[in-house]
Design a protein. Structure first.
Length: 267
């Protein structure tokens, strides 16, 4: 029996227990997977109690991914570059920190949506934690270029420099986005949470695949992309299931089928 959990605040809305229970049924692995609401200012005590009671690992969601990064005693390359941890595996006395968000996004784009990222121009909106988590897995797919555009230009330039060794990147302010179409636009800003759309040139959406990391609702970015001739408009539900699948395999060694789970959540 794998004893697992997800920590967050809030956590009630989390689909992770449903997703992992479906993975466990498919693969025949026995798990318990609970939602744990940790106090905003004391994730560490909450996680330490859970660890001391015996666990195989856990997920970490907003706002604790940076705390989990600090809690981990060993980090994967993804976690190091993301500077955030969404999955911890207990391995003897080690707490191995991994970040499966970016690989989850890439798996959704490449396996579920059949999009080959090689040679593509990808525009990423935002330069916060979400962007930091997806850049390495995106660059590993060898796109022609990843353009990072942010309301605060300096943060985009900093990410450009930090990730330049992994592939071709550029970073600038949102106002510098031209009307030239790009292949893929990824909304990694938190603007949707406030019901807002980043203020950018409309023409870049023309014929583009527009992907919002948010899920569960039609976001202003999704409405904007449809109104501006996007080729495809997608929410982040597939990414959510894919990142969970990578965590599940990291803990149990078993690779679950994701398509049936995505279908069941969309129905
Ligand atoms: P997360 O971990 O979700 O990435 P974050 O680190 O707080 O959260 O980053 C939020 C990102 O969304 C930032 O890039 C932010 O832009 P700034 O760096 O200029 O603050 C971006 N963002 C939030 N609201 C936005 C809006 N209304 N328009 C454009 N960008 C927005």
């Amino acid at each position: 029996m794998y004893k697992l959990a997800v920590f967050g605040n809030p956590i009630n809305h989390s689909l992770s227990p449903i997703i992992h229970t479906q993975f466990a049924e498919q693969t025949g692995v026995k798990i318990s997977y609970e939602k744990i609401l940790a106090p905003v200012d004391d994730f560490i005590s909450s996680a330490t109690d859970f660890i001391n009671n015996g666990t195989n690992g856990f997920n970490i969601t907003v706002p604790f991914k940076l705390d989990a990064f600090k809690l981990a005693t060993k980090l994967t390359l993804n976690a190091k570059t993301a500077k955030a941890v969404n999955t911890i595996k207990i391995d003897g006395d080690k707490l191995i920190g991994e970040n499966t968000d970016g690989a989850g996004l890439v798996n959704d784009l490449t396996n579920n949506l059949n999009i080959d990222l090689k040679g593509k121009i990808i525009l990423v909106l935002g330069a916060g934690g979400a962007t930091q988590g997806i850049l390495l897995p995106l660059l590993n797919q060898q796109p022609r270029r990843v353009m990072i555009a942010n309301r605060t230009a300096i943060k985009a330039s900093k990410l450009k420099h930090d990730f330049a060794k992994y592939g071709k990147t550029c970073g600038f302010g949102l106002e510098k986005i031209k009307h030239n179409p790009v292949d893929i636009i990824i909304n990694a800003t938190s603007a949707s949470l406030d019901g807002k759309m980043p203020d950018i040139a409309k023409g870049c959406a023309n014929g583009a695949i527009c992907y919002d990391l948010m899920y569960g609702q039609q976001t202003p970015f999704m409405n904007w992309s449809k109104a501006n001739n996007a080729k495809m408009t997608v929410d982040g539900l597939g990414m959510l299931v894919e990142q969970a699948a990578i965590s599940f395999e990291f803990w149990t060694g078993k690779k679950p089928d994701t398509k049936s789970v995505i279908d069941s959540l969309r129905s």
